[in-house]
Design a protein around this ligand. Structure first.
Ligand SMILES: [Zn+2]
Length: 135
């Protein structure tokens, strides 16, 4: 579980610092290139960076803000020993899913259901595809 905490911390710091940069100067070109290089999770960020280069700005900031929030919640849940359980049904979330999205709070089935309830809940899909940008 220490690995998880480290990863959540790291992701949180990365997301928060990017958010700060984007917050002050949204239209900074080349920002995405400066970030991925030293980041151990660069492959995971590739999708975000690809869309950033086309459409850096509000959507990215929203995405990062959501992620920061989720990561903070995940760290809280880790402290409480709740981490890794689905907030909806209480079933354990699969380790593969947690590795892909460490801040995830719902299992695949529940996430799927939540996403159908509204676009604002579709953050996990936005992290892994371009679908979140289309609104
Ligand atoms: Zn569930």
């Amino acid at each position: 579980m220490d690995d998880v905490r480290r990863r959540l911390d790291q992701d949180l710091n990365t997301a928060a610092s990017r958010l700060r940069q984007l917050g002050w100067a949204v239209a900074v070109d080349g920002l995405s290139g400066a970030i991925g290089e030293n980041c151990p999770f660069a492959d995971e960020l590739d999708g975000i960076q690809a869309s950033e280069s086309r459409e850096i700005g509000f959507a990215t900031r929203e995405l990062l803000l959501e992620r920061v929030n989720r990561l903070s919640v995940a760290l809280d849940r880790l402290d409480e020993g709740q981490y890794g359980g689905c907030v909806e049904c209480g079933e354990p979330i699969s380790p593969a899913r947690l590795r892909a999205v460490p801040e995830v709070q719902a299992c695949v089935r529940c996430q799927d259901r939540l996403e159908r309830l509204g676009p604002s809940r579709s953050w996990t899909r936005a992290m892994s595809s371009d679908d979140g940008q289309s609104e």
